[in-house]
Design a protein around this ligand. Sequence first.
Ligand SMILES: NC(=O)c1ccc[n+]([C@@H]2O[C@H](COP(=O)([O-])OP(=O)(O)OC[C@H]3O[C@@H](n4cnc5c(N)ncnc54)[C@H](O)[C@@H]3O)[C@@H](O)[C@H]2O)c1
Length: 264
Amino acid sequence: MRHEKTVAIVTGAGHGIGKAIAAQLAREGAAVGVVDIDAAGGKATVELLIDGGAKAHFVGADITDFAAVEAAFADIAAKLGAVTLLVNNAAFSDAGSLETISLDGWHREVNINLNGTYHCIRAIVPAMRAAGGGSIVNIASVNALRYFGNPSYSAAKAGIISLTQSVATEYGAAGIRCNAVCPGSVRTDNVTWTIRQQKDPDVFKKLARWYPVGRVAEPSDVAAAVAFLGAPEAAYISGAVLNVDGGLTAGMNVMIDDFILEAR
Ligand SMILES: NC(=O)c1ccc[n+]([C@@H]2O[C@H](COP(=O)([O-])OP(=O)(O)OC[C@H]3O[C@@H](n4cnc5c(N)ncnc54)[C@H](O)[C@@H]3O)[C@@H](O)[C@H]2O)c1
């Protein structure tokens, strides 16, 4: 029960990785506020957490709207208590390449993924400062570190790493820790993976060979890392970028298979 004193907000917890993060934190004792633009998904997650015996509360908000984020966070604090952990997980991408992206598409993805994350940080810092500290975990991506398609999303995720370092440095003395997690491919039904699976139903199976551990991630793999970074045992970890990528960015597995001819 590492999180029995935690009051968490998880953005985008109506689906996929955010839902797994909310469930893991709740299992470890946290009260969890869910903020999502999708009311049906967000409410379903909160029902799941409450059925499991946790305290939870849903507020619908679009993270690109700063006033809506402030109101949602105030509502959650009023229902669950002062927020000690913010997980910036909500995100969106549907734009595959520089060649095909529209100007609006570029702006939309930077706005949701980078500005939305900034809005949530800006909204939580005054309360965390007043409480003497807190923890923020930002979900970035391996796309922040190398190019794997989705250029606007990737630029926004790289910006999230810089933002993580700014927050960790500026607010460390206020007791606020801030870290980022970079997942590789995670089996979810988000918009990007839905498009890719429609083109190739075996996409996750094919991708497995790029991962030294031999598989893509499950949402629970990312949730485990977030629960650790947000817990008291990570008290001295701030400004870190933790790859949860099965070794993808450690080397060039498939290329090595092409030039090392003896069995590995
Ligand atoms: N799935 C992957 O392979 C993968 C890989 C690396 C990083 N990530 C990151 O993990 C996180 C979760 O990804 P996922 O695959 O679970 O995505 P998902 O699409 O399944 O879930 C994202 C959630 O965010 C919500 N959301 C979207 N826009 C919003 C907005 N403007 N305001 C509020 N809520 C909004 C959606 O309604 C949804 O519930 C994201 O930050 C994503 O970039 C995912």
